[in-house]
Design a protein around this ligand. Structure first.
Ligand SMILES: O=C(O)[C@H](O)COP(=O)(O)O
Ligand SMILES: [Mg+2]
Length: 410
């Protein structure tokens, strides 16, 4: 049976500054070869004008309707961190951030939502877990980089509560509020606010943070919570498509997407989800996974981080580094493998956030209607034969090319 490889370069696409994007000016002969070998187009991961999160974007690319199956970022992040969420538990995405100011945690101002992109939070997580006492059981784990996941466990909880992450720097930490009149939401918000206060006290005076401050580094002294949600109910990928799924990713969230649809997560040494990740190792692992799995999702994260950081040159340089690393993909046997090369959304350096600008997509397989596009970029892709598709179409096209599609009608 033929195989499918979907390469998703997170936040790869951009909005032009003086007519240029990091992708359009990067020297990337291998991506251009992929464009030349395949059929090209632009893709609205969810729908035109809808800004995808990486979670909803990846669900759509795996063929799941995010409006039906998405139950918040928290549970996906928690699954990625290896936490087994049970019905009734409430999960959150957590950011190690930096606050300054006096008074309670809710009087303090967020000066960085990523604590200077801190990379090792093991000791800090341990201190929080040892010190914070709540009215419920909880699990707090680190994720990749500044990320983590918190799960409140037990009866009488609700996910109808607001974030404590204000989503912007210069703003005060938000107090968690119930979003409906239920006792459960009121109680959960109180528990969250207690977690915020206690964890801040522990982190602010932690020796590692005192040391960071001495070195002129930002303290990781607040845990910003967002995306509260409960256990998702989603059909396993294999049940839906009859294909075994493998996910090669360093980023906790994407591992989580793989786990909630019951795919296999391939761990690669040195896969960090940042610009120093082990690209060669990930590409090798993805190619190997094609021997054991039917559908392989290879995720590359750093382009998105560099977009969030507003770093045009950094994003271009990373694209060039990635381009060198993907060379082995060009030697795949495209009579047996269908390769989709694309992004989950745009993260323009000028916006430092995700936008709804469509992303380029190239599909390589024997027999595709190769078009005249020979450059992989936001400006060339739309001239290709795929024209403009939605995220959920990509997997269907691959199913058709690999002779898995069922005829609709007689
Ligand atoms: O990198 C991530 O996890 C997200 O795409 C952005 O999240 P952040 O703004 O909290 O870093
Ligand atoms: Mg993304």
């Amino acid at each position: 049976m033929k195989k499918i490889l979907m390469v998703i370069v997170d936040g790869l696409a951009d909005r032009p500054i003086d007519g240029k994007t990091p992708l359009s000016v990067a020297n990337k002969p291998n991506m251009d070869k992929i464009a030349a070998m395949g059929i090209n187009g632009i893709m609205d991961t969810i729908a035109p004008g809808i800004r995808p999160g990486s979670d909803t974007g990846h669900l759509a690319l795996l063929g799941y309707d995010p409006y039906k199956y998405y139950s918040g970022r928290g549970p996906i992040e928690a699954a990625g961190a290896g936490i087994n969420i049970k019905p009734g538990d409430v999960a959150f995405r957590v950011n190690f951030g930096t606050v300054e100011g006096e008074g309670s945690i809710f009087d303090k101002v967020v000066v960085d939502r990523r604590a200077g992109r801190i990379s090792d939070t093991d000791e800090l997580v341990k201190a929080v877990c040892e010190g914070v006492r709540l009215d419920v059981e909880y699990i707090f784990r680190r994720g990749s980089g500044h990320r983590g996941a918190l799960v409140l466990k037990g009866e009488g909880l609700s996910d109808k509560i607001s974030d404590t992450d204000p989503h912007e720097i210069g703003a005060k930490v938000w107090r968690c509020k119930p979003l409906d009149d239920s006792e459960e939401a009121k109680r959960t918000a109180e528990i969250v606010n207690s977690f915020m206060e206690q964890s801040h006290r522990i982190l602010d005076s932690h020796p590692l943070n005192v040391e960071r401050a001495k070195k002129g580094l930002l303290k990781a002294n607040v845990l910003l919570l967002r995306g509260a949600g409960m256990c998702p109910h989603i059909p396993p990928f294999e049940e839906k498509y009859g294909m075994k799924l493998a996910v090669v990713a360093g980023t906790t969230l994407i591992k989580g997407v793989g786990r909630i649809v019951k795919g296999d997560i391939i761990e690669v040494e040195g896969a960090t989800g940042n610009k120093y990740t082990n690209l060669d190792g990930k590409i090798k692992a993805a190619i190997e996974a094609l021997n054991t799995h039917d559908f392989v999702l290879l995720h590359i994260k750093a382009t998105d981080e560099l977009g969030h950081d507003g770093d045009f040159d950094g994003k271009r340089e990373f694209i060039e580094k990635l381009d060198k690393a993907i060379e082995p993909l060009l030697s795949l046997d495209f009579s047996k493998v269908c390769m989709i090369f694309t992004a989950d959304h745009s993260t323009p350096v000028m916006a430092k956030e995700h936008t709804a600008d469509p992303v380029p997509i190239a599909i390589v397989h024997e027999g595709v209607r190769v078009d005249e596009v020979t450059t992989f970029s936001e400006f060339e892709a739309y001239k290709g034969g795929l024209c403009r598709i939605r995220g959920r179409d990509a997997i269907n096209i691959a199913l058709d090319l690999t002779d898995r599609a069922k005829k609709f009608g007689a």
